[in-house]
Design a protein around this ligand. Structure first.
Ligand code: SAH
Length: 352
């Protein structure tokens, strides 16, 4: 790479997996073990400059600083919900905002991260969907959300992030290449070293990408289903016109799951739309034969959205029908609603 070209952007090493970094090293006449050393420094807490990478020769640290960089994110906004949920707002280099949500539970800290600025999927019940799509996040921007929140927890003695869900803003499978890179770094033992059992990718149903994800990496899959027939799903989720239920569920059957794991199906309960007993029976039939866990999400209401949450009685009845048919069904308690951090509420207003 030519030195001192003022307009050339420095390469962000956090956009490189360990294998990419080996290629980078070889291209720069460095031995491969240097790539391993550099890679592991990038994800250690408190590292913000090449100068701190003390096991690299000084000249190498200096030449790296000339042509490369590694990004960090620090929260521009941090809001604490009365239930302990923390919403982090991050300002990206181009000024766009994204959000991540930390959900502390008794036995673990779950971090919900974003994969895009906005979302192109336009699901009718989701606020992020109403803001439209701005751009994909880079691999570094995905991983940096985890680094930044981990740093914040460490500084405040709040433990560590031990469960990751791609359920923030955006459709992760529509940003596939960066998602795969980010997952590779999150799983790498010299990277963030997450267990594949502690990462869940959630999708509105990009069927071919579901199959590809299973072929590339072993992580958990959540599918935002929300309807048990195509007519209702077409109304709620435009993606269903491209990949109708039959195609989506075939892809789920083909998805290779980690051992003893099941696919999570998310189902937003919308009053009078998809919450009848008949809908529950249809859902049970639809998922027959698929290793499934069902999460019911009573609709988080918003003034902008023409949907309401069903009564508790309706929710119980829907859940019982599925339970009687031997499904594991949880009604997911809404968290962080007072700070607009609950499902479908992430819509950083200043992001566009
Ligand atoms: N695009 C991916 C990742 C986003 S996950 C996906 O669709 O799975 C966000 C979750 O919140 C999805 O399951 C979504 O359907 C759900 N959600 C969106 N709006 C909601 C609302 N108003 N109430 C409850 N859940 C909602």
């Amino acid at each position: 790479m030519p030195e001192d070209t003022p307009f050339q952007q420095k390469i962000d090493l956090k956009n490189l997996t360990r294998d990419d970094l080996i290629v980078f090293a070889v291209n720069h006449d460095l031995p491969a073990f240097r790539a391993k050393q550099i890679f592991s420094w990038l994800y250690r807490p408190g590292i913000s400059s090449f100068a701190q990478m003390t096991d690299l020769p000084k000249e190498l640290r200096e030449s790296l600083a000339k042509e490369a960089t590694f990004s960090r994110l620090s929260p521009a906004v941090k809001e604490l919900s009365s239930d302990g949920t923390i919403k982090y707002g991050f300002r990206l280099q181009d000024g766009k905002m994204i959000e991540s949500v930390l959900i502390p539970e008794e036995d673990r800290n779950t971090l919900c991260i974003s994969s895009q600025v906005g979302c192109a999927m336009a699901c009718a019940f989701c606020l992020t969907g109403t803001m439209g799509f701005t751009r994909n996040l880079t691999c570094a921007e995905i991983v940096d959300q985890v680094c930044a929140v981990s740093d914040d927890l460490r500084e405040n003695n709040l433990g560590m992030v031990n469960n990751l869900v791609f359920m923030g803003m955006g459709e992760p499978l529509a940003n596939f290449d960066n998602l795969i890179k980010a997952l590779t770094i999150l799983l790498d033992e010299l990277g963030l070293h997450f267990s594949e059992r502690r990462i869940t990718v959630s999708t509105c149903g990009l069927a071919p990408k579901i199959i590809e994800l299973g072929q590339r990496l072993k992580v958990n899959l959540a599918v935002s289903l929300h309807a048990a027939d195509n007519a209702t799903r077409n109304r709620l989720m435009p993606i269903n016109r491209r990949y109708p239920l039959e195609t989506l569920l075939d892809a789920c059957r083909e998805f290779s799951l980690p051992k003893r794991k099941r696919i999570t199906f998310e189902y937003v309960l919308l009053k009078g739309i998809n919450d009848s007993d008949q809908d529950a029976v249809k859902l049970a039939r639809l998922l027959h034969g698929i290793p499934a866990k069902i999460n019911l999400l009573p609709c988080n209401e918003a003034p902008e959205l023409p949907f309401a949450k069903p009564s508790q009685q309706r929710i119980d009845s829907f859940q019982n029908i599925l339970k009687m048919r031997d499904y594991t069904v949880l009604v997911r308690a809404s968290r962080g609603a007072d700070i607009s951090a609950a499902c479908g509420q992430l819509a950083a207003k200043s992001s566009t």
